[in-house]
Design a protein around this ligand. Structure first.
Ligand code: CMP
Length: 222
């Protein structure tokens, strides 16, 4: 549990008490966790695997974010009484989640304002990302949108190496299309273009950003 930034400052004993309140569940690849509009009484902590948060817009997914080990979700419906899940959640890889019930979590927040502040900080970071996404979808072209998403993914899921930064996720072109509001074919074309320019390399379904500065340059010109 210490991997979760908002639990970082707690001592071992207290953390062990919290661990007792959690139940663990493993989901297979592609399994739904919950749907937008449902009631939500649980907070989910990602122990392992990869989860997408998405909205289904006329049977087309719009991916809002991708979460992995150390990330949490489901706090919105839990903290906003009477409000439903604001988006759906589904695994991209087999994932193990730790589930905390509202009736256990709310007292924790009340006795530990640091946990609440930690959650708020993350929620505000997500709002910043969402603001960027709105701007991107509204004003910039597809190639630039894809460059922006790749940069965001290097920040959230990047593993640096001698060759560049590897985005440590096996994403399909459809996932990237759902993150950039475009068609899969367009993503394929743009990725091939970026690969030809030697900005990225695609290796076993993972993207290596070989030249992060030049990728950033694409964004500087807008
Ligand atoms: P909740 O509304 O309970 O269920 C969906 C969850 O997805 C939500 O809580 C947040 O944890 C998460 N979520 C919703 N919108 C975004 C977003 N724009 N970026 C990242 N995470 C989000």
């Amino acid at each position: 549990l210490r991997d979760f930034p908002f639990f970082e400052h707690l001592d071992d004993e207290y953390l062990a008490e919290i661990a007792k309140l959690c139940s663990e569940r493993t989901y297979i690849k592609g399994e739904s966790i919950f749907f937008e509009g449902e009631e939500g009484e649980e907070l989910y902590l990602v122990i392992s695997g990869v989860v997408q948060i998405y909205q289904d817009n006329h049977s087309r997914d719009v991916i809002l974010s991708i979460f992995r080990e150390g990330d949490f979700f489901g706090e919105m419906a839990l903290l906003q009484n009477e409000r439903a899940r604001s988006a759906s959640a589904r695994t991209i890889e087999k994932s193990t989640l730790c589930i905390l019930k509202k009736r256990d979590f709310i007292p924790l927040l009340k006795s530990n304002p640091e946990i609440l502040i930690g959650i708020l900080e993350t929620a505000l970071d997500r709002l910043r990302d969402a603001n960027k996404l709105i701007t991107d979808l509204t004003v910039i072209d597809v190639r630039t949108r894809i460059a922006r998403v790749l940069l965001r993914l290097t920040e959230q899921h990047g593993v640096p190496s001698d060759e560049g930064v590897l985005i440590d996720l096996k994403l399909t072109h459809q996932h990237l299309a759902d993150m950039t509001g475009t068609a899969r074919e367009t993503v394929t074309k743009s990725l091939l273009g970026l690969q030809d320019e030697q900005l990225i390399r695609i290796d076993q379904r993972k993207i290596l950003v070989c030249n992060i500065d030049r990728l950033r340059n694409i964004l500087d010109v807008i």
